[in-house]
Ligand binder design. Structure first.
Ligand code: PBG
Length: 337
């Protein structure tokens, strides 16, 4: 047997033994190509204007909706784990046709940003800029003649972004998938003297079934129809690169691919093609699937979580937006104290 193996590689007179690279943990550690770290994570937080105490989201075990008054406990944990950034989502007191709480200076996100910046000025605060949680119809823009009106929606998105930045947000993240939203927001910010605020564009955001638990958490399921006229068609990888390229030209500082796991090819293509910072959103459904299977004892959720987050990084993401941020930061710390 051995002599046959030598024959296979007879031209170099050596037997290639890749298993030498995996003999022991210290060798594996030395040769590891991708190292997941707490510093890769951005942690999403839901703030709810109607609550006086935190409430767990049934479809996302371990994730809560917070009143602004209780954010300090969540922020203290994030700081203790050295997670560099949070991403805020708001649930308003009341929804209306124009999503007016989204751009109110005393809206729940604006209040939350001010509260967090007071407790933790060094923590990067990003905000989701969209209308769907705030409109009574649940779409990501304004409805005219039975359809989402792009340009009117873009004006409101710019107002939302400016109001978040005025409250102190470091990064605004437009997620409505309206054409021209990044340019309008960049212009709005600059005109308001907010030229230091970064724009993280949800550039390649697909119309995905993986947002299911989020829509329950944020009560943002559209009353009629779906989001396929503005979010991307899942089979389209090349079109995703066009979306990213357009957002770059419009002035995005960071671009995003969302969801992450079913779109690792898009993350890789974007990484290869563009040299800017790239975020990947490990969305609610990707979280809940693993949590649920873990609770049933069907798989080892800790192991799978770290495997999945490492895969997103290996594909090329620099920032991983994930509900697992606190869990993963803890586990990484336990493994490498
Ligand atoms: C708002 C928004 C959504 C998510 C982030 N921002 C929902 C949607 O587009 O329906 C999804 C996040 C997640 O599933 O974790 N437009």
């Amino acid at each position: 047997m051995k002599s046959e193996m030598y024959e296979v590689s007879e031209r170099v007179h050596l037997l290639r033994r890749l298993r030498r690279l995996r003999r022991q943990e210290s060798i594996r550690l030395l040769l590891r190509e991708t190292r997941l770290s707490y510093s890769d994570f951005m942690y999403p937080i839901f703030v709810d204007h109607r609550l006086s105490a935190k409430e767990e989201i049934p479809s996302m075990p371990g994730i809560y909706r917070y009143p602004v008054s209780q954010l300090n406990e969540e922020i203290a944990e994030v700081l203790a784990l050295k997670i560099p950034a949070v991403l805020l989502f708001g649930l308003p007191e009341r929804k209306d046709a124009m999503g007016s709480e989204a751009y109110a200076s005393d809206g729940v996100v604006q209040q939350a940003v001010r509260a967090i910046k007071k407790i933790a000025p060094q923590l990067t605060v990003a905000t989701d800029v969209c209308l769907c949680q705030y409109t009574d119809h649940g779409h990501c823009g304004v409805i005219r003649n039975g359809a989402v009106d792009n340009d009117e929606s873009v004006n409101l998105l710019s107002r939302i972004a400016v109001s978040h930045a005025e409250a102190g947000a470091d990064i605004v993240g437009p997620s409505a998938m309206m054409d021209g939203q990044v340019a309008a927001i960049r212009r709005g910010l600059d005109e308001a003297g907010l030229d230091e605020t970064l724009v993280m564009a949800y550039s390649a955001k697909f119309a995905s079934g993986f947002y299911g638990p989020f829509r329950e958490a944020a009560e943002s399921t559209p009353l009629w129809g779906d989001r396929r006229s503005y979010q991307m068609d899942p089979p389209n990888g090349r079109e995703a690169l066009r979306e990213i390229e357009m957002d770059l030209r419009e002035g995005a500082d960071i671009v995003m691919v969302k969801p992450a796991l079913a779109y690792l090819d898009v993350i890789r293509d974007a990484r290869t093609r563009f040299s800017l910072p790239l975020a990947a959103y490990n969305v609610s459904g990707e979280y809940s699937m693993i949590k649920a299977a873990g609770q049933k004892g069907w798989l080892d959720d800790k192991r799978i979580t770290l495997e999945v987050l490492t895969a997103i990084k290996r594909a090329g993401a620099n920032i991983i937006i994930t509900y697992f941020a606190k869990d993963a930061a803890k586990w990484l710390q336990e493994a490498n104290p």
